[in-house]
Design a protein around this ligand. Structure first.
Ligand code: SF4
Length: 386
């Protein structure tokens, strides 16, 4: 690749937000916790001149530890949690006659679009909060317990590929822990800015691991970063929860791809689950119009606003030349699937820390603790309804 694209050509930062995080990191009265979204680890290296789409979870964890966060956790853990809750919700809607199709709700731009433009259809959204917000609520409750600290001292930061996640953490209802569940969101670009600003040599860091238990994750959690990933992760778990058998083929190629709207029928025991994947917000409009006119024949639909899911999010390193942007997207997707393939665990329900949090704290998916901390309700054309 030519040298010219080794430096980001588009750089927009919220310096106030970066300063807020720097101040919290210096404040001895605060216990700082950070989580990183799956898509960040396949893009942040680009800000340091690494090849487009280089996978760097170990260097990212090391950089966050060097920045002095007290706990370096991972959004992939609450992504696994999302699958437990969302998969159970889907099964309940199918078996008990709930509203179908059910739409995923982990993309805040999509949720806001639905609230503003199709408020009469919001019952179709899953009640699950996004992984970022589930993580925030868990850090300030279970996280406070396991670290034996006062929840009021926790300052919770999320590193996201997404500018809309800043808006999401400020939604008034996102306080089920008793505090703001997430205090600050930095984009991938802003984290890179902070790392450079603090004089950390990213490329020469020795790799480190995210901390356990709230940083332990499966491959299913990591593929949330690409279009079709939430669907595939949900199907891996849904299949095994429904049939009580191992899924025969773990890579569910039918839901992968980059087309704006794709559908498939997935056989799960006696059930023929009709699924759809939408990527790029413009592609959802005909789907919603079909739903309104009774022409849509699907059970479960994943929707992501950005062109190929979060790996192409608005907070990621940007390349203005289309041909290099396409290479970046392709490489980030490839690295995400490679990361999934190489992880020892690839199904959310097999993550031992997910099993433990249900045993010790949440009790069961959709139970009363989960309902309070991990689920939400949607407004009708207004900011919030709870
Ligand atoms: Fe944010 Fe885009 Fe991902 Fe939606 S698809 S969560 S807008 S990065």
């Amino acid at each position: 690749l030519p040298d010219t694209i080794k430096e980001p050509v588009f750089a927009a930062y919220n310096v106030c937000e970066i300063e807020k995080v720097k101040t919290a990191l210096k404040d001895k009265s605060k216990f700082t916790m950070v989580q990183c979204a799956p898509a960040v680890r396949v893009a942040i290296g680009e800000e340091f001149g690494l090849e487009l789409g280089t996978l760097t979870p170990g260097k990212m964890a090391a950089a966050l530890k060097k920045l002095n966060f007290d706990r370096v956790y991972d959004t992939n853990f609450p992504a696994d949690l999302t699958i437990m809750e969302e998969g159970t919700e889907l099964i309940k809607r199918i078996t008990e006659g709930g509203t179908l199709p059910m739409f995923t709700s982990c993309c805040p731009a999509w949720v806001k679009f639905m609230e503003n433009n199709y408020p009469e259809l919001t019952d179709h959204l899953s009640s699950c909060k996004s992984p970022q917000q589930m993580g925030g609520a868990i850090f300030k409750t279970y996280g406070a317990q396991i670290n034996n600290i006062d929840a009021s001292t926790i300052y919770s930061v999320a590193i996201m590929p997404c500018t809309c996640k800043k808006y999401e953490c400020d939604r008034p209802e996102m306080d089920s822990s008793g505090y703001r569940d997430v205090d600050a969101v930095l984009t991938t670009r802003e984290l890179a800015y902070l790392i450079k600003d603090m004089g950390i040599d990213f490329n020469n860091l020795n790799e480190e691991k995210f901390e356990s238990p709230l940083g332990t994750y499966s491959g299913a959690g990591t593929i949330f970063g690409v279009t079709g990933g939430v669907m595939e992760a949900a199907l891996r778990t849904g299949y095994e929860l429904i049939t009580k058998e191992n899924i025969p083929i773990i890579d569910i190629i039918d839901v992968r791809g980059n087309e704006g709207f794709r559908t498939s029928i997935i056989k799960i025991g006696d059930l023929n689950l009709r699924v759809g994947v939408v990527t790029g917000l413009k592609n959802i409009v005909p789907v919603l119009e079909d739903l309104k006119s009774g022409k849509l024949d699907l059970d479960f639909i994943e929707v992501m606003t950005c062109p190929v899911g979060c790996v192409s999010g608005g907070g990621q390193p940007k390349l203005l030349l289309e041909e290099y942007r396409d290479i970046a997207y392709k490489n980030r997707i490839k690295s995400t699937y490679k990361h999934d393939k190489n992880l020892p665990l690839r199904k959310s329900h097999e993550n031992p820390e997910i099993e433990k949090i249900y045993k010790d704290f949440l009790i069961e998916p959709l139970g009363s603790v989960s309902h309070h901390l991990l689920h939400t309700e949607y407004c009708v054309g207004k900011e919030v309804a709870k």
